[in-house]
Write a protein that binds this ligand. Structure first.
Ligand code: AMP
Length: 304
């Protein structure tokens, strides 16, 4: 493993989540938290984000557990970003109940000098303005992935397009891909996004797997089947974090490496949804991920 450092910028939040059976208040969340934890199994990770002075020390301990470099995590006077959401009966529909930007509203991510020469960058879900601000500070990028969400498609479409034009891979879910391109066919949506610059478009379909589109064609992967999904929050972030962690450790110079990274990303995400917050990820090791990846592979391969 070559272990190049991976830089991840995104939200750090305190979430309140309701599912049909449970309610968890003020738990650690945010796109950067999930993505950094997931990537940390494979490579060194530097986090870029902001928290308020109310951010609990116990949550910093979680970052220590994953050995995440938090030099790029600013602490600002005020309250941490807070988000709450509720999952409907079948867990595949989520409603946002509240979003309190708090210190996020005035956040300008300044990258420590030690981050700026990293070859790998994941722009997790955060406003496209901030994604561009971070991109501009990086010096020698090899592979950049960006994630986004409906909110930015609605409120910052033009800036988002600039981000898309500067990344190697865009990840988004099925409805976001359709919304962004105004196409009903995922193939047409993917093709239109490929034409905007990225080499790869990764379209996620939740428990139904995902679709990687590139000029070389389409790669399909199911989601690893989980018997009881406790909390799907952050699944997309752990997927992309795991994927980027693998790319930072194994390279991105051929399709096989990208496909392997996708398989590992979906395996890490499958662990994440088994419990709330980062609880499940805190209980596993790289070996557990590798074992599940082998098991997953056996589920989808066909012997000659
Ligand atoms: P996901 O399930 O992939 O949508 O990610 C959920 C995480 O995103 C939660 O932990 C939230 O704290 C965070 N989040 C929710 N809304 C936003 C937003 N507008 N910007 C950045 N992060 C957000």
């Amino acid at each position: 493993m070559k272990k190049d450092k991976l830089i991840i910028v995104g939200s750090v939040g305190i979430d309140t989540i309701e599912t049909p059976s449970e309610r968890h208040e003020s738990i650690l969340g945010g796109s950067a938290s999930y993505a950094c934890a997931a990537a940390s199994f494979f490579t060194d990770v530097g986090m870029v984000g902001v928290v308020g002075t109310d951010f609990p020390e116990a949550y910093r301990d979680v970052y220590r557990h994953f050995k995440i470099d938090v030099e790029g995590l600013q602490t600002a006077e005020g309250e941490t970003f807070r988000w709450s959401g509720v999952y409907e009966d079948n867990m595949d529909h989520r409603r946002t109940l509240s979003t309190d930007l708090n210190i996020f509203a005035s956040f300008a991510p300044e990258l420590p000098a030690s981050y700026q020469q990293s070859p790998y960058l994941f722009l997790a879900n955060i406003s496209p303005d901030l994604q561009l601000y971070v991109l501009d500070q990086m010096e020698e990028l090899d592979f950049v992935v960006a994630d986004t969400m409906d909110l930015w498609i609605d409120t910052a479409r033009e800036t988002l397009k600039q981000v898309i034009g500067r990344v190697d891979m865009l990840t988004l879910n099925e409805s976001e891909a359709k919304h962004l391109t105004e196409k009903n066919s995922l193939i047409q949506a993917g093709q239109e996004l490929l034409n905007q610059g990225p080499q790869y478009i990764l379209i996620k379909k939740g428990e139904h797997g995902s679709l990687l589109l590139s000029q070389e064609g389409i790669f399909l992967i199911p989601a690893y089947p989980i018997e009881v999904v406790q909390d799907p929050t952050g699944a997309g972030d752990s997927y992309a974090g795991g994927l980027m962690g693998m790319i930072a450790s194994e390279g991105n110079d051929h399709q096989t490496a990208i496909r392997r990274a996708i398989l590992y990303g979906s395996v890490v995400a499958s662990f994440g949804v088994e419990q709330f917050s980062l609880d499940a990820l805190q209980q596993i090791t790289l070996e557990d991920i590798q074992d599940r990846a082998k098991h997953f592979w056996r589920m989808i391969e066909i012997d000659d």
